[in-house]
Write a protein that binds this ligand. Structure first.
Ligand code: GLN
Length: 539
């Protein structure tokens, strides 16, 4: 079948959850047996979000092919179980870079290079690239930003052209907001009408409207929206606040969003989507009563999306273990020897987060010493793993000035050192050790047991590594290197077997945990936390 293209745009305000709606549409179409992919177009000029501070757009997600991507790609993977690549996340910066490179090569044969048609053609090429490449039945493209932003205009113009070229093989789903005015006790559809008008002004008539709301929108109000916006009444769907984002595909299906999409794109279909496994997860989620409390120690604790993939991985692993996850974010900057007991006790497990730079790292060492000495299940990820190594060197191996070269370039005990291949690199963008690399685990270790296999592949994002010169000393002191890259022997996993669960990974397992395939290491960590919880409460 010819590829169908679904564009998801947003209006009124940002943060309405376009990524979740796009992911939910993908989930429903996949569950009907279609071959689907999702991509995100971000209107900012950065080539990728790799150099962005998490305060800007939250966590930076990493694809298997080593692209530093928008966190929405994490949602796409968690909802669909399909791995994304650099082709799934395009920014204005990348579009311009490619056009300018072509101009310098002389590809435009002396023509004046302009936004229309050259930039829009490049955007269209990137949309169609995915469809052509793997013969997808559906390519869902989420346009970042809000209709009316100057930056998103070239993307919307490309959507307009594609709709004209592709006819009914291309539709637009527009997500807006219906606010509730408390003083008037009324919901208001005017912002939606304005937002649709703005879209119409750039030549796009939405086919489906999804209205984000905190309250149930009455049928007559939806009809009114349909009438004002030239959309059929059944294609005005509400997306009401849900207990979790994973309920959204079901809520969309209840309102027949998948059927409407299939009909509007003239796609033949029969029957219903098979959501058995998805429902199994949701049933577990709804029935989990017993709480499990995990502390996440990091420096971006006040920021909701900074550790998105870790939060979701913990949530999935808890759900499959019939537990209700309670995460407590602990600011590593505020942790000291004096308050650590009060800040960390009472938790069933502790995660020490990834990160960059000096700020908050001393607090991570304080947390890790406390966790190790109190034998609390502890999981260190990337900088968290590197911090485990530094803390062990300082407090167990008698090297009080041990450090990572990233945090103290002059440390006499550089137990974490800059990777050789990084030494000549000066540019910051896209130059880390990125993406999936192989790792071989040591048989008989906790981590090997968790995976149930010895050869794994995991995603990375780092410049520093465990300094191999210290390997023997660490192993003699009780911290074992239990996973390494088979080619370079770079240490990927450390474990202290005398503790109940004390594991650090140089890689990021959180990028590959999905609803239908929760990550084995997170499952194992949560099981250890449950055992620890039960033990504590027996006494
Ligand atoms: N800053 C560390 C490094 O570059 C860890 C990176 C991370 O936690 N993602 O190696």
């Amino acid at each position: 079948m010819d590829t169908r293209y679904i564009f998801v745009t947003g209006g009124v305000v940002s943060s309405l959850g376009k990524g979740i709606i796009s992911s939910s549409i993908a989930r429903l179409l996949l569950s009907r047996g279609f071959n689907v992919t999702i991509q995100k177009f971000d209107p900012y000029i950065n080539i990728d979000p790799g150099t962005l501070n998490p305060y800007e757009h939250g966590e930076c997600y990493v694809t298997v092919d080593g692209h530093e991507a928008d966190l929405d790609l994490g949602h796409y993977e968690r909802f669909t179980n399909i791995k994304t690549t650099r082709a799934n996340n395009i920014t204005t910066g990348r579009v311009y870079q490619s056009v300018i490179d072509k101009e310098r090569r002389g590809d435009y044969l002396g023509k004046t290079v302009q936004i229309i048609p050259h930039i829009t053609d490049e955007i269209k090429r990137n949309v169609k690239l995915l469809g052509n490449k793997d013969n997808y039945d559906f390519v869902i493209t989420e346009i970042g930003g809000t209709v009316g932003d100057i930056e998103s205009l070239p993307f919307l113009e490309a959507v307009r052209q594609l709709r004209w070229e592709l006819g009914n093989k291309c539709i637009c789903v527009h997500l807006t907001y219906v606010p509730y005015i408390n003083a008037a006790k009324e919901m208001k559809t005017k912002p939606t009408q304005h937002s649709v008008k703005q879209l119409q002004q750039v030549g796009i008539q939405p086919d489906i409207l999804v209205l984000r709301t905190e309250h149930d929108i009455p049928v007559n109000m939806r009809r009114k929206v349909a009438q004002f916006c030239n959309v059929s009444p059944d294609a005005v769907i509400q997306s009401i606040d849900a207990p979790t984002i994973y309920e959204v595909p079901l809520m969309m299906h209840e309102q027949h969003l998948d059927n409407i999409i299939l009909e509007k794109t003239s796609t033949p279909y029969t029957g219903e989507p098979d959501l058995t496994k998805w429902n199994h997860f949701l049933d577990k989620l709804r029935s989990a009563k017993d709480e499990l409390t995990i502390a996440l120690v990091g420096k971006y604790v006040e920021l909701q999306d900074a550790y998105k993939s870790i939060d979701e991985s913990l949530f999935q692993a808890c759900t499959y273990n019939d537990r209700k996850l309670v995460i407590k974010y602990v600011s590593s900057e505020r942790l000291t020897d004096a308050n650590v007991d009060q800040m960390l006790s009472g938790h069933d497990g502790v995660i020490v987060a990834p990160g960059f730079g000096q700020r908050g790292t001393e607090g991570k060492f304080v947390a890790l010493k406390w966790c190790r000495e109190h034998d609390v299940p502890t999981f260190g990820i990337c900088l968290g793993m590197q911090s485990m190594v530094v803390e062990y060197a300082r407090n167990v191996m008698g090297m009080p000035d041990a450090n990572s070269v990233e945090l103290d370039p002059k440390t006499p005990h550089n137990v974490i050192d800059l990777m050789e291949e990084q030494k000549s690199i000066t540019n910051l963008g896209g130059t880390m050790r990125l993406g999936a690399y192989a790792c071989r685990l040591t048989p008989g270790t906790k981590v090997a047991q968790a995976y149930g296999t010895l050869d794994i592949e995991e995603r990375h994002r780092h410049r520093f590594e465990f300094n191999d010169e210290y390997r023997e000393a660490f192993e003699q002191a009780g911290m074992l290197c239990v996973g390494e890259n088979p080619q370079t022997h770079l240490v990927e996993v450390v474990e202290v077997p005398s503790c109940r669960w004390y594991i650090g990974t140089q890689y990021h397992p959180e990028y590959s945990s999905t609803v239908l395939s929760p990550h084995p290491l997170f499952l194992s960590f949560i099981r250890a936390a449950i055992d620890y919880h039960n033990e504590k409460h027996k006494q």
